[in-house]
Design a protein around this ligand. Structure first.
Ligand code: C2E
Ligand code: CA
Ligand code: CA
Length: 675
């Protein structure tokens, strides 16, 4: 199961670290912005003040000279006495201040004075600071230089603020020039940086402490959530395991889980040297109730029966439901088989009291088959099989009884039971197959149809014929699902042959008396035709005369329904079943299939010959077709020729063949008939 685990700690850590980094960057930027702004404004004030002082002290004296200084060549200007005086005065006033440089611009932006003489004559008209000062507003900014020429000579690594300040005699007066003052703020700048580091360190420390505190909380939450998730997952797994191992309706262990439990019990029994009993309990009357009263009632009966079984169990016994009406009880620590017999008896007694359902009473009759370890079987699987075989025997012995697997089953019945158990699995395991025997019209020299005959491929090499198992299928009612399969498979195959070019081929399917027990046989046939696509006229069903002994009216009604579908009906093995000829007239039959016993002797036994010709004549007068079965040699064939017997079937033409060999056989027969 994919676990979509939530990892709070990881998510939290990633997010927090990203947030802390963002906060720190913002903080540093903000701090620098504020401190630099305040540094600049402080320096602007200082420098403006200095400018004011200079404007008031020196400007009146030199204004005139400076306003015309731009027209004097630099060389001359530097030697001019006024310039020298001004320079001297300025240098004196700047002593002890943090001023690195001073420049004076006239109103055209020309540098008319600078403490660095080589800058004299430069024009700064385009400079934003100059323009601002010209309009009366001082402007400053901060900057850095690795190397800089100043009043005190060349200095290195300096942060400085330069301010453009207007020269005005008083604030109301006109701007007459611009000072540019460079002041050294290196120590302040360093101070700001140091404080910045301290604040950043402090913030990092507090955030880290806060982060660790939250981390502690989150880790706890994470752990709790994981624990919760784990228990939830475990519960989910347990629930799923329970569903896989238990029967939905009763909540009892299902077959595979019971097998595991028996296996485990076997281990324990081997260790403790005690016997183990496996009881297979079959609720014999359940199926008809389920069919007549509906599945809801059936389900309730299963549930109530399970409760009753559990009540009659001893502590430590285990009950499971294998399928439908089949339960399995496991008893451990057995010392004596009588003990098991007593318990089985108790269970039977407990079931004598009817189950109450919707104010109706139902008496269930369990048949119990008991297999013991170590005497009957050594493995869980075989214990289950043996108990199943014993339960089958119990059912046959009249239900409501228990049977031990051991002596109760003699060799022949054991074989029979094994056969029956094999048959139960055969359909699911795809072990049945159909062989097809061609049906010939000698006069038309054609193969007009075929009879589908069932075979049971039991193991790799053993092919069993119907006389070995059809009776068993009928006795166990397995003939119903198997018969439905035969119908479907035969129709499917016939349709496939039509597609391959064997146009008009008919297929005959043998129906068992048992299949007429339920009234839905015509529906099953109709559905099969629909599902396989075969048109009804190509299907024929074969029934035997024994059908006439059954509830005649109901059977005739069923046959008529089948006939109305367009399906043909033939009466198989005719002549062996002492059918009443008067009933025969009421039977909606298309063909009589004369039993092969007659044909066998037609050439030696004149009575048989007479009977055969009589039957053929009778069928003609009843408007029925005749099929002669078991034609084995050419003499028989010649005899039948005299009577213009229209349809024949027998080894003389072909034996029943696997589907894959059928089309070639058809070709062969046609060739033989025409030669
Ligand atoms: P059936 O319906 O009388 O089928 C004819 C049987 O005679 C077949 O035996 C066939 O192989 C055999 N046979 C055909 N021609 C000759 C011949 O020339 N000489 C001799 N000696 N025998 C011949 P198979 O296949 O063993 O079937 C036996 C019976 O089993 C069938 O007798 C039928 O009653 C029953 N059966 C076969 N398939 C099914 C099925 O799908 N459902 C049911 N309910 N019964 C089936
Ligand atoms: Ca037949
Ligand atoms: Ca027959």
């Amino acid at each position: 199961m994919p676990k979509n685990r939530l990892n709070l700690t990881r998510d939290f850590s990633i997010r927090t670290i990203i947030s802390v980094i963002i906060i720190l960057i913002l903080l540093v930027v903000f701090y620098r912005q504020i401190t630099m702004d305040s540094l600049i404004s402080q320096e602007t004030r200082n420098n403006s003040e200095l400018t004011n002082n200079l404007s008031q002290d020196l400007w009146p004296e030199y204004a005139k000279f400076l306003s015309s200084a731009s027209s004097i060549p630099r060389k001359d200007l530097l030697l001019h006495p006024n310039f020298k005086d001004l320079n001297h005065s300025i240098q004196q006033r700047l002593r002890g201040l943090r001023v690195l440089k001073i420049k004076i611009y006239d109103l055209q932006g020309v540098t008319v004075y600078s403490t660095l003489q080589e800058q004299i004559g430069d024009n700064r008209w385009d400079n934003a600071g100059f323009q601002s000062a010209l309009s009366g507003v001082p402007l400053s900014d901060v900057s850095f230089k690795n190397e800089m020429d100043t009043i005190e000579g060349t200095v290195t690594n300096r942060h400085y603020v330069y301010t453009y300040a207007p020269i005005q005699r008083s604030p109301e007066d006109q701007v007459e020039g611009v000072f540019e003052v460079y002041s050294d703020v290196t120590h302040l700048h360093n101070e700001i940086n140091r404080t910045g580091y301290v604040i950043t360190g402090g913030v990092i420390f507090s955030l880290a402490a806060f982060y660790l505190f939250l981390l502690f909380l989150i880790k706890r939450a994470d752990r709790l959530i994981h624990q919760h998730q784990e228990t939830e997952n475990q519960l989910q797994e347990e629930r799923m395991l329970f569903q896989v191992r238990h029967d939905k309706l009763t909540g009892l262990s299902n077959r595979s889980h019971m097998l595991e439990l028996v296996e485990q019990a076997l281990h324990r029994s081997r260790r403790t040297d005690k016997a183990l009993a496996v009881l297979q309990i079959n609720l014999a009357r359940f199926r008809p109730i389920n069919e007549t009263m509906g599945h809801e009632v059936g389900d309730q009966i299963i549930k109530k029966s399970a409760v009753r079984m559990v009540k009659s169990m001893r502590n430590g016994d285990i009950l499971g439901r294998l399928e439908g009406d089949l339960f399995l009880q496991l008893m451990e620590g057995i010392t004596d088989s009588k003990e098991v017999a007593n318990r089985a008896n108790r269970l039977l007694e407990d079931f004598q009291e009817p189950l109450l359902m919707n104010e109706k009473e139902f008496v269930m009759t369990p048949s119990i088959g008991i297999a013991l370890f170590p005497s009957d079987a050594q493995k869980a699987e075989t214990l289950l099989e043996s108990s199943g075989a014993a339960a089958l025997k119990a059912t046959k012995e009249g239900r409501n009884c228990y049977v031990f697997y051991t002596d109760a089953l003699n060799a022949s019945s054991r074989e029979r039971i094994e056969l029956e158990m094999g048959l139960r699995k055969a359909l699911q395991a795809n072990e049945f197959e159909l062989h097809y025997q061609p049906r010939i019209s000698p006069m038309n020299k054609r193969v007009i149809g075929c009879e589908a005959l069932i075979r049971w491929r039991r193991g790799e090499h053993e092919l069993m014929f119907p006389d070995q198992f059809v009776k068993l299928l009928e006795e166990s009612d397995l003939i119903i699902p198997v018969g439905t399969w035969v119908l479907g498979e035969a129709c499917r195959q016939c349709y496939a042959w039509h597609k391959m070019g064997l146009k008009g081929l008919r297929v005959s399917v043998n129906l068992s008396l048992r299949q007429f027990k339920s009234n839905d046989l015509p529906d099953v046939i109709e559905q099969t035709l629909q599902k396989t696509g075969l048109a009804a006229q190509y299907l024929e069903v074969e029934v035997t005369e024994s059908l006439m002994a059954e509830e005649l009216e109901r059977v005739i009604e069923l046959l008529q329904r089948i006939k109305r579908l367009g399906v043909m009906i033939s009466l198989d093995d005719f002549g062996t079943g002492y059918s009443s000829l008067s009933h025969l007239m009421n039977f909606p039959v298309d063909h009589l299939k004369i039993d092969r016993a007659f044909v066998q002797d037609v050439t030696h036994n004149s009575q048989h010959a007479a009977l055969t010709s009589a039957i053929i004549a009778m069928a003609r007068s009843l408007n029925m077709g005749v099929v002669v079965e078991g034609v084995e040699d050419s003499e028989q064939q010649k005899f039948l020729e005299q009577y213009a017997c229209e349809e024949q079937q027998g080894y003389f033409y072909a034996k029943p063949l696997p589907a894959k060999d059928f089309p070639t056989a058809v070709e062969d027969i046609k060739r033989r008939l025409r030669s």
